[in-house]
Structure formats: C-alpha cells, structure tokens
Write a protein that binds this ligand. Structure first.
Ligand code: TXE
Length: 514
C-alpha cells in the first residue's frame, strides 16, 4: 500500500527503481518472509497505514545469517582490495545524493520528522559513507620491531566476520549508516535489522548498496520485531558481532544474550544529557540551543538536552523566556514546510511520554508550559505532543533521571561550578552534555570533569563523521564514527615470520647427539 503523497513524489523523480514493496533481502534477492507474516507501517503524522511490509522470523534470520556467513567465509568481499571496497562506498554516497529528496520523503513519512531534518540526515549519511570510504584505504597495518633481523613481524587488521546491525526508530537511516559504512569498509558481511516501527529508508539503502556493486550475500536485510528477528540474530553462533542502538533495557538483554557466544558487542543506549548554562554565557545563543536541544525531532534524540541546569542568578528570566518561545513552536506534519516540531513516532511512544508528564506532576515538579496534546483540530489524528517544561526539579525525581525521549525538559538550579559538574554527572547515563560560559578556562575545566562521551562548549548537538560518538556508563560500550568506529569492525592479527628458521631444542631430549 503506497500513499498518494508518496507515489507522487516517487513518480516525479524517476532515477533508480527504489525498492518499496517491503520484502526481505537475502543473498542478493528480494524475498518474502518464510512464514508469510506482515505488518503495517504507520504514518505518525495522521495514524494512517503507510505500507504493509514483510515480517520476518527465526527462519528468515537463519537464511540471512547463512548467506552472510558464506559470503564472508567463501566470497570475495573480505579479500577484495580495500581500494575497491572504498570505490563502492563512494558510489553509495553519490547514489544517496542523487536520491536525496525521495529518501528524505520516505524518512519523513515513516518517522514523522520534518523534511528539512530528513534531508540533513541524508547528507550526513552520504558524508559518513565518504568518510569510511576514505578511511578504508588508509591503514595497511604496521610493522613491529621483533628485535631479531631474521623476523618480520606485522600487525594487520582483518574484518570481524558476520555482523548483525540492529537499528532504532528515531534516526533509522542515519544510525544504520554509522554501522553499515564502517562494517563494509572493513570487509565484513552484514545483516541489517531496522526498527519494525521505521523500516522504509533502510529498504532504500539496501537497494542503493546493491546498485553500487556490493556483491550478493554481503548485505542482507531482515525486517521484523526485536523478539522475532533481533533476538535470534543475537543468539546465532554464526554471527560474530552485534552493533545495537536503542533502549537501555534492550541493550542489557542483548549483552546478556551475546555472552553465550562471546560475541563482540557495541551498544549505544541513549542518554540523559545535561545542558549547563552559567550566567556569563551568551544567553541568546544558550536559549536558542536549549530550545533546539530539547525539542528538535520532538525530543526523540539520544543526545537531547533534556536536563537543563541553570545558574541561580539567571534561572527565572531564562525559564520565562524559554517557555514563551516553546509555546510559539509550530507543531505539525513533517512534510509541511512550516512545521518546526513533528509528531512522536507512535501512539505507544506518546503514551510513554504522557506517563512521564503525569509522573513529573506527581513528583512535585512544576509544569511551566505544555504537558498536553495540541488542541488544533488538524492535529488530532497524529501522535503530537506540546513542548513541555518542568521547573523546580531535583535529582530525586525519576523524570530527571530517566530517558523520557519526548519533548520534555526538566530545569534545575546550581550556584557553583562544582555543583554544576556534580549535577551534570548525576545520571546513570553518559552520552553527551554541554557547558555554556564566556570563561574558556572554566569551560574546559567543566568539559574535562563531565563523564559523557561528547561535550559541547557553547553549542549543542553537532557531531562529525570523523569524531567518535558513544557513551560512558549506561549509555553503552564501544564507539561509532571516527577511527574507533572502524576499529569496532576489525580484528587485529599478528603475523610473525621467521625468515631463518632453526631448531631451538627447548626440550633437551630432542637434541641430536653430537
Ligand atoms: O527501543 P528498543 P524501543 C530509548 C528511548 C525509548 C526506549 C524504548 O528511551 O523510549 O529506548 O524504545 C530491536 N534483541 N531509545 O522499545 O526495543 C528493535 O526491534 C535484539 C533510545 O522502541 O531498544 C529495534 O530494532 N533486538 C535510542 C531496536 O532493537 C531487539 C533510540 C531498538 O528497539 C530486541 C530508540 C531483542 N531482544 C529508543 N528487542 C537511542 N539510543 O538513541 C528489541 N530489539
């Protein structure tokens, strides 16, 4: 089922025949799920059915893992010269550029996010492919001095093997690209498992990878739920590595399950990110970033600035202006160019966010604005929610400690630098944080003390393909992006060559009699 809106845009830009009938992709073929199950993908903007897609099960996982295993063990990909793999990844980036508007449209229909943001996502995805295409050829390993001129000792980097790449629903294409680009650059074979809530742009990505020349069996796609597809992927003894982005509870379950087969595991599990504003900061810029940090993509961002920490002396004025501007944010369909904040991804997720707002009230936080669904008639069908600000919050509240993943920001006060740092670290997560101050020495002192994988100084949100992304503490393990993002998908191997072998006679009885 393809909506009129989607069809119109697709027909208007004929280029490649992008795959949209929602099948699985195994060993170079689009195939139906073995059990014949399917599920409806929902448009969060109005709750309508967008497309019916196949729903995989353990049988499909088995087939996909077998294809990936054979492609790794017997196929050309791991042994293809890095320069050739690199050329293919550069081609993927070019295809992404060429299909930008169609991919962005699909991601907007599927996730709800604004078209502007979806377009930026596609650009970022292309940049990630280019980054790893270039990095793939830059590291031939290293020679080691063994202290013996007869020995040639080399450390080389090899692909890990078959990788299961499990993605979330908030940035489906972007998060998948952070995994698939370095995995392929390193010579692995992969099985993609996008979120069942937002699978559509991954279908397109798979098509583009095939079009760019990735051989059959190297990239496989199994659609379906976490229980039916994700869990058997993690359990499979033929999968060597799992890279996962998603919720904390699922991440813990994956780590436990992967222990059985001692897989490599990389996890990105979200955050509860402090945004610290000192009184001497550029308050205009800080306020603007506080709004974006909290309400971009309706707060469904792992690095969202959901925990605003304000120096006491600016608190009242800052939150008053924040609330005034939050109430002006235009809520609507992602495809409407006037929209500034889109709907939440699903009815279930909105119910979770509403539960947190009820909890915040019950815990004694004071609601400054929002805290309800929008009242406009045209927004009643989708999963919309208003920007919500809680003040008078404290560290004991669950709403301050747990990831709400919606347009909710909690505000706390601090008096000293030490207190700001203590509050900034007072979370079980450790993904990202920001500090705003005109005092550069203080900025770097605070950045040095914050236990988060990314710290922004006088900014909020930017990331770069060439800089590591990932979390301390419960935010996960391993890193994506940057050189470490490639290292996750490589094994180091020491090759020790003795060019002048001779018997050493460790065991004296083996020594020939003189
Ligand atoms: O995520 P899940 P959910 C947070 C956010 C959100 C919460 C729950 O707070 O409210 O997580 O979201 C697959 N084995 N984040 O429940 O379940 C699943 O099919 C293997 C933060 O939607 O973690 C999907 O593909 N895989 C986050 C993926 O895991 C399993 C982004 C993520 O789904 C599985 C999204 C299993 N047992 C939500 N169970 C971030 N880090 O940015 C599920 N999956």
């Amino acid at each position: 089922m393809i909506t009129a809106e989607k069809l119109e845009i697709f027909m208007a830009t004929p280029d490649t025949a992008l795959h949209l009938d929602g099948a699985l992709y195994i060993d170079g073929h689009w195939v139906a799920a073995v059990a014949g199950d399917s599920r409806e993908v929902i448009n969060p903007a109005d709750g309508s059915a967008l497309q019916r897609i196949d729903e995989g099960s353990a049988a499909d996982v088995l087939a996909a893992v077998a294809a990936a295993r054979t492609a790794f063990d017997d196929g050309p990909w791991p042994r293809t010269p890095a320069t050739e793999r690199s050329a293919i990844l550069f081609r993927v980036a070019d295809l992404l550029d060429r299909n930008r508007s169609r991919i962005a449209t699909i991601d907007t229909l599927d996730t709800g996010k604004t078209l502007v943001e979806s377009g930026v996502d596609v650009d970022d995805v292309a940049a990630v492919f280019r980054y790893y295409a270039a990095l793939a050829v830059g590291d031939p390993g290293r020679l080691v001095d063994a202290g013996d001129p007869a020995v040639v000792s080399r450390v080389v980097y090899e692909p890990v093997g078959v990788c299961a790449l499990i993605g979330p629903w908030n940035y489906p294409l972007l998060q998948m690209s952070w995994k698939v680009a370095p995995a392929l650059a390193a010579g692995n074979t992969v099985i993609l498992k996008p979120s069942e809530v937002t699978p559509l742009s991954t279908l397109i990505l798979v098509e583009l990878l095939a079009e760019a020349g990735v051989p059959a069996g190297v990239v496989n796609l199994v659609l379906g739920s976490g229980a039916a597809v994700g869990a058997p992927l993690v359990e499979s003894p033929d999968v060597d590595l799992v890279s996962f982005t998603g919720g904390l509870a699922t991440g813990k379950a994956i780590m436990r399950s992967a222990a059985e087969t001692v897989k490599k595991v990389a996890l990105e599990l979200g955050g509860k990110n402090p945004n610290i504003v000192f009184a001497d900061a550029d308050l205009g810029a800080a306020l603007d970033a506080a709004l974006t940090g909290a309400f971009l993509h309706a707060g469904q961002v792992c690095s969202a600035g959901t925990r605003l920490l304000l120096e006491d002396s600016i608190h009242d004025e800052f939150v008053a202006e924040l609330a005034r501007r939050a109430e002006l944010i235009r809520i609507g369909r992602g495809s409407d160019e006037k929209t500034e904040m889109p709907p939440l991804v699903s009815a279930e997720h909105r119910a979770k966010v509403e539960g947190y707002v009820d909890l915040g009230r019950a815990e004694g936080a004071r609601l400054l604005c929002g805290g309800h669904r929008p009242r406009e008639a045209e927004l009643q069908e989708g999963f919309y929610y208003t920007p919500t600000i809680f003040v008078d919050c404290n560290r004991e509240m669950r709403i301050v400690q747990e990831e709400t993943f919606g347009p909710i920001v909690t505000v706390e006060r601090f008096e000293t630098e030490d207190e700001a740092v203590r509050l900034g670290n007072d979370t079980a997560y450790g993904l990202a944080g920001a500090v705003w101050t005109a005092d550069r020495a203080r900025a770097h002192r605070v950045a040095g003390r914050l236990r988060h994988g990314t710290v922004w100084i006088n900014d909020f949100g930017p990331y770069l393909p060439q800089a590591e992304w990932g979390g301390f503490k419960l935010s996960g393990s391993g890193r994506e992006l940057g050189p470490s993002g490639l290292a996750e998908y490589r094994e180091a191997k020491h090759v020790y060559e003795n060019t002048a072998p001779s018997a050493q006679y460790w065991f004296s009885g083996a020594k020939p009699k003189e």
